[in-house]
Design a protein around this ligand. Structure first.
Ligand code: MN
Length: 510
């Protein structure tokens, strides 16, 4: 149900050369194929058949309509017969939605005993899809090419991946990220060009004074806070002392719930899809003032992330936006996603790994077990005081983490396959964490990430693979480098150097 307001359009290429019977057959086959795709249960977004395009005028009309329909998040094209590609030029010049070119065929096998010239002329995707591919390449049209029989689960999976990316992309085109406070002072990697980010990736990043957030906090009703605290106690394991209203622990949980209600109310009012915080900017300096948070709103950030709000710590708006896109693409998939930070290394030979954590803000969607609500002292930032947080360790298993950095002349998407492993017990660590080995191993994975200029913050998912990110980079038109099981440092350095030249020459992408 997550993508029920979206649709992907299916346009079949043909021409009138083969007569009226052929046109009717092409239309019938296309309808059957679109129904088959929709009934497969493998596609997250509904496919809508938009008919055959037999002329330049028809192609242009359908592409313009795709641009103007907010439900349409992408267009699939397939050439049933030969479709002379000059007729696609004007339409492709106009199309501003993601494009998938499906190279398939109505029938799986050649009907060896009966095939005649009419059948061969009608079923010539082998031929027509090459003509279409040529014009896309000549026009430098960015697209995903999926090759395979349309009934095969592998083919449908590739389409499904692209659909989820299209949904993430569509969501980003009206994404507002609100920054409470600025970047953490002096930090380079989380900063960047917000104007260029809006042009390239769609999202808009605005500043919101913490004083405005405090106006929301003042309006939060105590009864609503009480109800939310009761919900916390229902949802999460916790010590009994947290429920004792005479304790500081209870007061800290209560303050965290009030912060959550204030932030959510502001985000809803502004129509924002994500936010950033900064531990040096929590409102009034006096912690007893009603116009401040008593500590960074970590529990709120954890819970809002699970709800789908983008989050970046220390003013990291690029991570907030990317996390929101990850969450959208990840909807309905089983294992979850989170904002994470490379915190501490564990040297252990071939199993050397990186502990992923943060001061507080890890999304509970990746928790292996029911999270535990705890109150602990936190001494970073303007406040030195205890605060509530959800503590857990992550599931084990393969995943993929991603970040976007601003290289000055372009954005680079860096993707690393990782494997989350079982940590040893961490009885004194008062925050959530994950422990992973970056592929192909710690030395090469971390080395390549550092050479690429990657952040210490990243957006992680168990369910999304590098294929999603490849589709995303293709749609956005940004550089992507992928660190995987076969990566070597020397080959990776060559790729970085080649990309430097490519993007310098290809000014349209910089
Ligand atoms: Mn951080």
């Amino acid at each position: 149900m997550a993508f029920e307001n979206y649709e992907v359009w299916f346009v079949t290429g043909a021409q009138l050369l083969y007569g009226g019977d052929a046109v009717i057959a092409v239309d019938g086959h296309s309808t059957e194929m679109v129904n088959g795709l929709n009934n497969s249960g493998n596609l997250p977004v509904k496919v809508v058949y938009k008919g055959t395009a037999n002329s330049s005028r028809e192609v242009t009309d359908v592409m313009k309509a795709a641009n103007n329909d907010p439900r349409c998040i992408g267009v699939i094209t397939w050439m049933h017969t030969f479709s002379p590609a000059k007729m696609w030029i004007h339409g492709l010049q106009q199309l501003n939605k993601p494009l998938l070119h499906l190279h398939t065929q109505y029938n799986a096998e050649i009907p060896w005993d009966t095939m005649d010239m009419d059948f061969m002329n009608l079923n010539q995707s082998a031929h027509g899809d090459r003509e279409f591919g040529h014009i896309c390449t000549r026009m430098r049209i960015r697209r995903k090419v999926v090759v395979g029989y349309w009934k095969d689960a592998d083919t449908q999976h590739k389409i499904a991946v692209w659909m989820r990316v299209c949904a993430g992309w569509a969501d980003a085109q009206d994404m507002l990220i609100v920054r409470f406070g600025d970047q953490m002072n002096n930090v380079a990697v989380t900063d960047g060009d917000k104007v260029e980010a809006e042009q390239r990736m769609g999202y808009h990043v605005d500043y919101c004074p913490v004083s405005e957030l405090m106006e929301y906090q003042k309006r939060v009703e105590a009864t609503d806070v009480d109800a939310l605290v009761a919900e916390y106690f229902r949802l999460y394991d916790h010590d009994a002392i947290l429920e004792d209203k005479s304790t500081e622990e209870y007061r800290k949980v209560w303050n965290s719930a009030r912060a959550e209600l204030a932030i959510r109310a502001l985000l809803k009012d502004k129509g924002a899809k994500g936010f950033t915080t900064n531990f040096d900017d929590l409102g009034d300096v006096d912690p007893e003032s009603p116009n401040c948070f008593d500590q960074i709103p970590g529990l709120a950030s954890q819970r809002l992330m699970a709800e789908g709000y983008g989050f970046g710590a220390e003013g990291d708006w690029k991570s907030a936006a990317l996390y929101r896109t990850v969450w959208v693409m990840n909807q309905g998939l089983p294992t979850g996603c989170s904002f994470l930070e490379d915190y501490t290394l564990n040297f252990d030979g071939a199993n050397s790994s990186i502990l992923q954590s943060h001061m507080l803000e890890i999304c509970p969607l990746i928790a292996a077990n029911r999270p535990r609500l705890e109150v602990h002292f936190l001494g970073i930032g303007v406040r030195k005081t205890p605060t509530a947080r959800l503590v857990f360790t992550s599931k084990v298993g393969k995943g993929c983490t991603a970040t976007v950095v601003d290289l000055g002349n372009r954005f680079r998407l860096i993707v690393n396959d990782v494997e989350c492993i079982e940590p040893k017990p961490l009885p004194k660590l008062p925050v959530a964490s994950a422990l992973w080995i970056p592929m192909p191993n710690f030395e090469v994975g971390a080395g390549a990430w550092i050479l690429a200029g990657g952040t210490h913050h990243s957006c992680f998912s168990y369910d999304l693979t590098a294929e999603y990110w490849e589709d995303y980079a293709e749609i956005a038109g940004i550089e992507m480098v992928h660190i995987h099981k076969d990566t070597t440092i020397s080959e990776f350095k060559k790729e970085l150097r080649m990309n430097e030249v490519y993007y310098m020459l290809n000014k349209a992408l910089c």
